[in-house]
Design a protein around this ligand. Structure first.
Ligand code: ADP
Ligand code: MG
Length: 422
């Protein structure tokens, strides 16, 4: 089978590597891919993940049997609907179902109507009433742009001035364009945040192993929010009981809700969950795999990813199963100085030629190959994923591998997994 993966980051590198291991995958393509992915797949670097027409043509011209969508924006643009219209098989939710991620207001409405636990909220499409609310509410509050804002559309506000500033930025300055036309003001939830992934065909739910991301740039969860600085799995601090509660009250209810609303969801349902004193609550939905959660999850997944994704598109996910490596996995993101704000590209990367051993995988998130040499080409540059007998061991192996890699301005968190180890 010929498989096309859409996207070009560390997540897609991990998906490609796992798909490549399948005996059923005869040829692997990625669009745009990246120079790291190009070592295992044929890339189409000139096709952006949002160039839907070009992607449809590429899939048709190359006889692609299955397309797997990595990032959120093509899903929000309805890439799945476009592919299906052309009778091309594609893994991911339709544009209507992807609204769970692409409109936080839509998601809140689904959760309210189907009694899925989440933070209380108000929604505004004019700044005046939002300001009125901010004068008398309890702080902190969380202000969110309704639409996709590349992970920058959420501000935690501690007083009315911060609240007003956030609303102004979104609704008057229009920093996020159309995505900030509506804003949500949410109650602040206290607790530990985890990433819950499931693959679903709209009927059966295949739970993936739990993972936890570290979103802040600096050790001790300090600094700015980023796309994610590292992940680990399993999460020993989450009891069976809480896991069951997440399944029953969040995952099952969400898939049912989407069916009842006649926008069935198939694809990857990735829920950000806050473990509060009052039980697990949804922070947000994502309609695709997490990055860098996927790197860690794929390290622990045993079984054929192609079979699973194929079955999800067939609607017979109940026919497949996966096992989880009992070992722990840790992924550390190597970033370029300045990320998540301004950063420079083009620094030479040293050490990738090392033998990192069977338990370590280096994924490319933002690199460029010139001649035989590697250079940085993004804010998040490389992801180092290690398996170990337990978290301590996995972490030791990841950081030992990082010792062998260097580039100017390289920085990374040294405490990935700290919440499980404290
Ligand atoms: N209601 C909330 N209470 C506390 N923290 C929140 C709340 N909503 C979001 N956050 C924090 O803000 C981050 C980003 O919010 P999220 O809804 O996941 O938006 P996005 O990922 O689209 O930027 C979350 O990972 C979480 O740390
Ligand atoms: Mg999020």
């Amino acid at each position: 089978m010929k498989v096309l993966v859409i996207g070009g980051g560390g997540r897609e590198h991990a998906l490609c590597r796992k798909l490549k291991q399948s005996s059923k995958v005869s040829k692997l393509f990625a669009a745009p891919g990246n120079d790291g992915i190009a070592q295992i797949a044929q890339c189409a670097p000139d096709i952006k993940a949002t160039d839907i027409d070009k992607l449809v043509n590429f899939a048709r011209d190359n006889g692609i049997d299955l397309t797997v969508v990595g990032p959120d924006d093509p899903l929000a643009l309805g890439i799945v609907d476009h592919f299906r219209k052309k009778k091309l098989r594609v893994y991911g939710p339709t544009g209507s179902a992807a609204r769970l991620e692409s409109s936080k207001g839509f998601a809140k409405d689904v959760m309210r109507r189907h009694a899925i636990p989440t933070a209380g909220h108000k929604i505004y499409d004019k700044p005046g009433p939002a300001s009125e609310y901010l004068k008398n509410c309890d702080y902190p509050v969380v202000i969110k742009a309704d639409g996709l804002a590349a992970g920058k559309g959420v501000t935690i506000c501690h007083d009315v001035d911060e609240g007003e500033a956030a609303v102004k930025e979104m609704m008057i300055v229009k920093r996020f364009g159309e995505a900030g036309r509506r804003v949500l003001i949410e109650d602040f939830l206290q607790g530990e945040e985890i990433s819950v992934h499931a693959i679903t065909d709209g009927r059966t739910i295949l739970s993936l192993c739990l993972a936890q991301d570290h979103k802040r740039a600096l050790d001790g969860d300090k600094g700015e929010n980023t796309g994610g600085m590292g992940t680990y799995s399993p999460l020993p601090q989450v009891s069976e009981e809480v896991q069951d509660q997440i399944q029953d009250e969040i995952m099952v209810r969400t898939v049912h809700a989407m069916n009842r609303d006649e926008t069935p969801f198939s694809g990857t349902l990735f829920v950000g969950v806050m473990l509060t004193k009052l039980g697990p609550k949804v922070i947000e939905y994502n309609a695709r795999f997490g990055d860098p959660e996927t790197q860690t999850i794929m390290a622990r997944m045993q079984g054929d990813l192609f079979d699973v994704l194929w079955a999800a598109t067939e609607g017979n996910l109940d026919s497949v199963d996966v096992e989880w490596d009992p070992r722990a996995a840790v992924t550390v993101v190597l970033a370029s100085g300045g990320y998540p704000r301004e950063f420079e590209k083009g620094y030479k990367i040293h050490g990738l030629e090392n033998d990192f051993g069977p338990d370590v995988t280096i994924y490319h998130a933002g690199t460029k190959r010139v001649g035989g040499e590697w250079f940085t080409n993004g804010g998040r540059v490389l992801n180092v994923t290690a398996l170990g007998t337990d978290l301590v061991d996995a972490r030791k192996k990841a950081y030992a591998a990082i010792e062998k890699i260097r580039f100017d301005k390289m920085f990374y968190r040294k405490d990935i997994g700290w919440r499980a180890l404290k």
